[in-house]
Design a protein around this ligand. Structure first.
Ligand SMILES: Nc1nc2c(ncn2[C@@H]2O[C@H](COP(=O)(O)OP(=O)(O)OP(=O)(O)O)[C@@H](O)[C@H]2O)c(=O)[nH]1
Ligand SMILES: [Mg+2]
Length: 197
């Protein structure tokens, strides 16, 4: 694999709302998905850094939108997870507001990495995100994470099921494991295509 261009990424800022977003220039890839699916871990794996994005066993850890700079005008974005049951209504409303304002206003958004758990079917919120991206023509790459939790046979079956569920949708999909770094080459190829070509 050629030198990983994301290794030099650094933390840029955390934003509570759109007034704190960095300038909307260049290109940016956002990592989205259910709470605890492994979004922050995926950012650490792709940048080859242990603690760039904060990870946690407790779902709902990432509450702000965290921006990372790969190089000037190229950014990675860690979005707060959805589907975290134990937050109150006010927090859910605020989450929706922040995510909606990010997704609907960000001109530099070039692609979405949707992190899911390979052991779970795609759920409604994930479908809604995929629909929205199809509508506005933003490519989606689904990372079926935590593949290390399944043996080879079950992993292939799970992937097949997810492919069937998402058949006909405008997206790409792969198995991934942040623990074993499985599929990192494939992910870096997608990201490099979106951000550097
Ligand atoms: N087995 C396994 N565990 C993983 C993998 N990726 C992440 N995890 C674990 O899953 C938990 C959640 O990871 P995070 O990266 O914090 O998840 P997140 O999606 O950022 O969560 P929120 O910020 O709360 O939305 C942590 O305990 C991670 O160690 C993986 O590929 N395999
Ligand atoms: Mg997180």
């Amino acid at each position: 694999m050629p030198q990983n261009p994301f290794r030099q990424s650094r933390f840029l800022l955390s934003a509570q709302d759109d007034s704190h977003f960095p300038a909307d220039t260049g290109r940016e890839v956002a990592v989205v998905g259910r709470s605890n699916s492994g979004k922050s871990s995926v950012i650490n794996t792709m940048t080859d850094q242990k603690n760039l994005a904060r990870t946690s066993k407790t779902p709902g850890r990432t509450r702000l939108i965290n921006f990372f700079e790969v190089e000037p005008d190229v950014r990675l974005v860690d979005l707060p997870g959805f589907g975290y049951a134990r937050v109150n209504d006010e927090m859910i409303k605020n989450w929706e507001k922040v995510i909606n304002s990010y997704l609907s206003t960000r001109q530099s958004l070039t692609g979405l990495i949707l992190v899911t758990d390979i052991r779970r079917p795609i759920r409604e919120e994930e479908e809604l995100l995929i629909n929205w991206c199809e509508k506005v023509n933003i490519p989606v790459h689904v990372l079926c994470n935590k593949a290390d939790k399944l043996g080879k046979h079950k992993r292939n079956l799970a992937l097949k099921g997810l492919r069937e569920q998402l058949q006909g949708r405008q997206l790409t999909l792969q198995a991934f494991s942040t623990l074993q770094k499985d599929g990192l080459g494939e992910l870096l190829t997608v990201l490099t295509g979106w951000l550097f070509e």
